[in-house]
Design a protein around this ligand. Structure first.
Ligand code: TXA
Ligand code: MG
Length: 330
């Protein structure tokens, strides 16, 4: 059993000593280490069982730290984005400073940086006094953790878990790369491309196609997978077998007699609320012995629906591409 509690000061000391600490952010739980300490960062990959080194996000607690993580002079557009969306679920990728070790960026010349909004995360980073490198605190390829229990189940070798209840968004941050006047969305999240376009009308906002950027886990076709078959449906099925649960992101008319097999993620049809419950419900269903398969009704790919369908397509990918259930290895 890993050590856990609410001691942020203790946790920040561990970070400074090169140890591993899981902590809550407003998106998902992160697994943190001192971002300027290459050896400490290497332990993150070991604990997550990531098969290869993939670039991590550096978490900071004040805009003064921008100059220590990005190449200087820091472009004005980065400062403007930071002022608008930080602290919050927004990650900026731009050329890195020399202080950032290669293991953090997997050898890339750019680094991903974010200032989280969660008070526990902010305090931890501030007290640690260094940028905290942190991927989501799950095992490679598994569901992202939105509750301390998810971290406890998956990561058994870390030094401390700061407990902070359920995360608010339950979906990882939006990632953008900034190049001159161009903002390219690399990963969808709560801050949508439309919102960025509206807030920064003087820039070119585009959505990256997977061909022209690196294949990091969040960009693989299969990721965030539950250990039970998950199928995405275009329309409401006529029947739902007893061993199946259907995830609904919004209220919907359902066939008679199957109400017990429905998991509604937002009574109000609020997709932001539904997104925040998505991983939590997937975790519940994958560990429920009565459930053998999971269905989910697709939502429109607009607004936060882009981020929801991005995660759900990845979670369902290996099931949707195989010919029959027999071939699935879980
Ligand atoms: O909400 C979040 O972003 C959470 C919390 C803990 O902050 N973190 C998270 O980290 O989702 P992780 O490691 O699961 O995903 C980080 C992603 C990588 O998959 C990669 O796609 C992208 O960030 N990334 C990092 N550095 C990059 C770079 N230099 N260029 C392009 N993409 C990069
Ligand atoms: Mg992740």
């Amino acid at each position: 059993m890993i050590k856990s509690g609410k001691d942020i000061i203790f946790a920040s000391k561990l970070i400074r000593e090169g140890k591993l600490v899981a902590f809550p952010t407003e998106t998902v739980y992160g697994l943190g280490a001192n971002g300027f300490d290459a050896k400490a960062v290497a332990k993150i990959f070991e604990a997550k069982k990531r098969p290869s080194f993939d670039p991590l996000i550096l978490h900071i607690s004040s805009t003064e730290q921008l100059e220590s993580v990005f190449k200087t002079p820091v472009p004005a557009l980065i400062t403007r984005l930071a002022e608008k969306y930080w602290p919050g679920p927004f990650t900026i990728v731009a050329p890195k400073s020399r202080k950032v070790p290669a293991i953090v960026t997997a050898g890339l010349k750019t680094v991903a940086v974010r200032m989280p909004k969660h008070p526990v995360a902010l305090k931890l980073i501030k007290q640690a006094g260094v940028p905290v490198a942190a991927p989501s605190a799950n095992l490679f390829g598994r569901l992202s953790p939105t509750e301390p229990e998810h971290v406890r189940e998956q990561l058994t070798t870390i030094d401390y878990l700061v407990e902070g209840g359920k995360t608010n968004y339950g979906i990882e941050s939006t990632i953008v790369s900034v190049n001159g006047n161009n903002i390219e969305v690399l990963r969808h999240g709560a801050i949508t491309p439309e919102q960025i376009k509206t807030d920064f009308p003087d820039t070119n906002v585009s959505i990256s196609s997977t061909e022209n950027h690196i294949q990091a886990p969040g960009q693989l076709k299969s990721h965030y997978s539950p250990r039970k078959p998950l199928y995405l449906l275009d329309e409401m099925p006529d029947e739902i077998p007893e061993y199946v649960r259907l995830m609904l992101f919004e209220p919907h008319e359902v066939p008679e007699g199957v109400e017990q097999r429905i998991r509604l993620l937002s009574d109000k049809g609020d997709l932001l609320e539904a997104a925040s419950n998505m991983f939590t419900v997937l975790h519940d269903l994958e560990s429920d012995p009565e459930v053998e398969q999971i269905y989910a009704l697709k939502v429109k790919t607009e607004g936060i629906g882009l981020a929801i369908m991005d995660r759900m397509n990845k979670a369902a990918y290996r099931y949707s591409t195989l010919a029959s259930d027999d071939e699935i290895q879980i």
